[in-house]
Design a protein around this ligand. Structure first.
Ligand code: PDD
Length: 287
């Protein structure tokens, strides 16, 4: 079965899908994106993802390429044509095609690309081992709340992590506080058993998984605090983990090569992963 992509009104073979060389996303990173998880054929937290897409577009002063209802129809059609069961939808909207010039073009139409990818669940061994993170300076711009396709600092950070044998890089602000991972939000459980993740602000992307997990934690009666935390606090934490649409809840067991606590995934982390997994399995409502 050929894999298809949606590009500006057409479904075309993934390998042949292309945009114009003067697309402003290509020339200026003048665009935004979303990664929306799909589990058992159902779209997870679709409206929160589309709310964030609309917000990112609004902040960047780009129009929605089509109505939300139409976006949902394209998503469904792409999922159907690609037989997507578990994985994610990728949506990218740029300001469109125009002769290269920094200022907004008068006539460009927003360009929409949508792809999908099947993903395997992490192995039991990966979940039992957890993953390692390294720390890197946060060299990003001041509007990390916008899900911009401008991801060079994130790309450089992730590559550094991979070259260090780690899975993710946590980015540290000039005051020594962790902002987030290059493509994930960062969490710890402190020595006082406090579940902590950085508060939403322009310093981080407010992850949809992050927001959902906070809601689920609340329902479970798990106390949490949204506040910045330092690298030292993370190194001395009882537990650490990351969240994202593609990782769900992933235990972090090493920071800069040193074990977090006893080097095994923490109890609360495992509980939160289970809670999130059950939420995802019930996500059929949005199919
Ligand atoms: N990344 N922080 C950053 C910088 C991210 O890029 C992401 C998502 C997150 C987590 O957000 P969410 O829970 O909504 O997935 C936090 C996606 C998965 C990516 O770029 O591939």
């Amino acid at each position: 079965m050929p894999r298809l992509a949606y590009v500006n009104g057409r479904y075309c073979p993934h390998g042949a899908a292309a945009v114009h060389i003067e697309d402003r996303g290509y020339q200026f990173a003048d665009g935004v994106y979303e990664v929306v998880p799909v589990a058992k054929g159902a779209v997870v937290d679709e409206d929160p993802h589309l709310d964030r897409l609309e917000r990112s577009l609004d902040e960047q002063r780009i129009d929605m390429p089509m109505s939300r209802a139409a976006l949902k129809l394209v998503s469904r059609e792409l999922m159907r044509r690609n037989c997507l069961s578990n994985g994610f939808l990728y949506m990218q909207v740029t300001r469109g095609v125009a002769p290269r010039d920094h200022k907004f073009p008068k006539a460009a139409k927003p360009a929409l690309v949508m792809t999908s990818r099947q993903l395997k669940a992490p192995t039991a061994q990966t979940l039992a081992d957890g993953v390692g993170v390294i720390t890197v300076p946060n060299i990003r711009w001041k509007r990390c709340d916008i899900k911009s396709v401008s991801l060079l600092p994130n790309v450089l950070g992730k590559q550094k992590a991979v070259e260090a044998g780690a899975y993710e890089a946590w980015m540290i602000d000039p005051e020594g506080y962790i902002t987030e991972g290059t493509s994930t939000n960062a969490w710890i459980v402190t020595q006082d058993n406090e579940l902590v993740t950085r508060n939403a602000s322009s310093a981080i992307l407010n992850g949809i998984t992050r927001v959902r997990l906070l809601k689920l934690a609340e329902v479970q009666g798990i106390v949490f605090k949204e506040r910045p935390f330092t690298v030292d606090e993370a190194r001395g934490a009882r537990e650490a983990f990351i969240t994202s649409s593609t990782n769900f809840v992933m235990p972090v067991t090493r920071i800069d090569g040193e074990p977090v606590a006893n080097g095994h995934p923490g109890l609360l982390t495992c509980e939160l992963r289970e809670v999130y997994e059950s939420f995802v399995q019930d996500a059929k409502v949005s199919a």
